[in-house]
Structure formats: C-alpha cells, structure tokens
Design a protein around this ligand. Sequence first.
Ligand code: OVV
Length: 407
Amino acid sequence: MELIEGHKVITPPDGMPVWDIDPYDEDLLRDPVPYYRELVAKGPVVHIPRFSILALGQYETTHKVFSDHENFVSSRGVGLNDFKIGEPWRPPSIILEVDPPAHTRTRKVMARALSPKVVRTLTDMFRETAARMVDQLLARDSFEAVTDLAEAFPVAVFPPALGMKDVDQRNLVDYGACVFNAMGPDNAMRRWALTRNAQISPWIMGACARDRLTDDGLGAMVYAAADAGEIGQDEAAMLVRSFLSAGVDTTVTGIGNALWAFSQNPGEWDRLRADPSLARPAIEEVLRYTSPVHTFGRTAGRDTEIAGFPVEEGTKVICVLGAANMDPAKWGDPESFRIDRRPAGHMAFGAGIHGCVGQNIARGEMEALLTVMAEKVARIEPAGDAVWRPNNAIHALDKLPLRLIAS
Ligand code: OVV
C-alpha cells in the first residue's frame, strides 16, 4: 500500500473536481475566507492530490458526513494520520478518537461533568472574574488582547472550574495548539507541535492526576465516575487530559475572535450594548463568522459514498467547518457579521455524536465576558494591526492590540 501523511493513497473518483492546493499553507490559514469561498464553489466534495484527501466545504455535505459516524469514523484519528496504519503522535483521546460503543461510555461521563446544570453553578465566578479583568484593562491605555484577555480569562476560570492545583498559562494554551496542529500534515506547524508537546506533556499528564485536583471540581466528577466503576482510574486521567486538550485553546480562540470581530464592526458592538440580551446570539455569530476550529477530519471506515461519488475505505476526508459556516447557500450573506443573525445549525461545535461536549461551558465563558463588557465598555478599538497565527486546525489570533473605552 502506498502511503502519504500516514494514510492510504486513494484512487481519485471519476469526475470529482481536483484541486491543486495546500489547504495547510500558512498564508492561506492566516486569511482562510478566499479558500472557504473557492472550496464551496468547487462542489460538494473535491479531491486534493497533494495530500490524497477529500475536502468538504458546502454546508449540507459537511454536516452530513460529519454526523455520519458509521461510515466516517473517528477511531482512525481526526487528522491526516491513519491510526490503523501508524503509531499515533500521543496516546489517543478516549473520547475524541474512538467510535461507539467505547465513545458512548466516556462521552456520558464528560457530558455529566459539563452539563448545563453544572455550568450554571460557575456563572457567578465567570462574571466576577470577567468584571475584575475588564476593570483592569479599562485602566490601561492599550493592551495585547490575545495574552491579556483572550488567554488570561479562560486560564483564570477554567482550571479553577476543573479544580486544577497547577496552572500555567503558557503550557495550557500551547498544549491545545499542539493537539490541533498535530491534525495537519508534516509541516512546520506540526513539527513545532511535536517538539513543544515533548516539553509540555509531562506537565500536562502530571496535572491530570487525582492528587493534583481538588475534590469539588469537574475533574473530581470524572474521578467519581471511576470510583463508581463507570470508567477506570487511568481513564479518568485521560478524560481530564481531554479537558485540557479541547477546553483552553478553543475558548481562548473564541474570545480572541469575538474581540476582533467587534473591534472591526463597532456598529455591532453598539447593538449589543443597546440590547445585552443579544449576547447569546452574538456568540453564535462570532463562532459562525470566525470559526475557531476551521477543519476536522474523519476516515472512511468502509467503502461508502459522498454526494454520489464512490469513496474507498481508508480515505481521509477533511470537513472544513469554517467553510460550511460561510456557505452562501445556507447563510445568504455569510461574509457579513450580524449579531442578530441567530445562525442555528452552525458547525463551529461540529455535529452528531462527537459534537463538542464542552459547548455549554464554552458559551458560558464567552457570555460572561461579553455581558460584562457590554455593561462597562463603550468601544473596542484596534490599537495596532491584528496578526493571525496559522494552525493546522484552529483559526486564531497571534496579536490583537486593543484599546477599551469605558462607558
Ligand atoms: C482537540 C480536541 C478536541 C476534542 C477532544 C480532544 C481534543 C481530546 O483530547 O479529547
């Protein structure tokens, strides 16, 4: 069998559009909208010979394939490497990189720890922290919003929610960036991730141990499931690792992207201030318009089809969630940022059985921050150029100089 990027080289299906592009090019990833547009325009599915993969961007097909866990499995990895063929870069996640029935058991434990009921108990802490941070930033002339707000806020609230005793902003944020970069091809971003992971992962695994967690946080709820015999003790540590893999860099990115979107669309900020009940729909629109996770993969677990084209077993399919969230057939005017759009069905949290299990807490963090800011901040102004940081799966800012004007 011939391999590329750790997966099988496929025979291109007859008549499928072929696109000679590197979807992991750093310049493309800094400014992905033209790529999203072209991917959607090319058709429901395209063949990318450079990596011997299929790519989906149209909303309907992306949604269908992403929800079809029977034909398009996660257990062979959600990046370009096929875990059935080669050694995974880290011990696989026991919730992300598994299929039912293994997935059903671990998902249940995580869904309980991240339920709306649990998230509600955290709201006051989120708001108090947000208020303190925003007051401090209002007192400054300008600040670097990626480190000082987008990173600082989730790092101040999420580890305490988990009950972590060890908190290190750089390690926590970089670990998430590693996990997402590792989904891509063997490029500079993925090589950075493997190097950085070797430095960070001992700290991460240490922080997941039972004795590094308090007995009253989300981490303790996962260990309680182990005590109850639902999962093993070693599995509890792995699920805590999933909190750290998926719960920090993603929310950091969502908040950074929200601040960017409002700094670029001051009229939408005025609308939110005029009607703070728009905070929820505004969050959904931020997630649609600047989807933090731009791409997630699946592997055809058997011979199947996409949009009428045959797809052979072992085919890697990238679902470009950022493109699906920009499909004009679904959204009409996708490139305008309108906080009252209420974009039901957006793909930023995925779809189907693997849909983001942490989406309630992610929304809770963003809502707390935006609600507090809507009260205190009259204007969010650029204080320099925003710089994007290319990542194989995340669309995130590297630098966002801002100035907040008090109301
Ligand atoms: C990047 C990511 C997303 C979702 C889950 C996980 C990681 C995990 O490690 O479980």
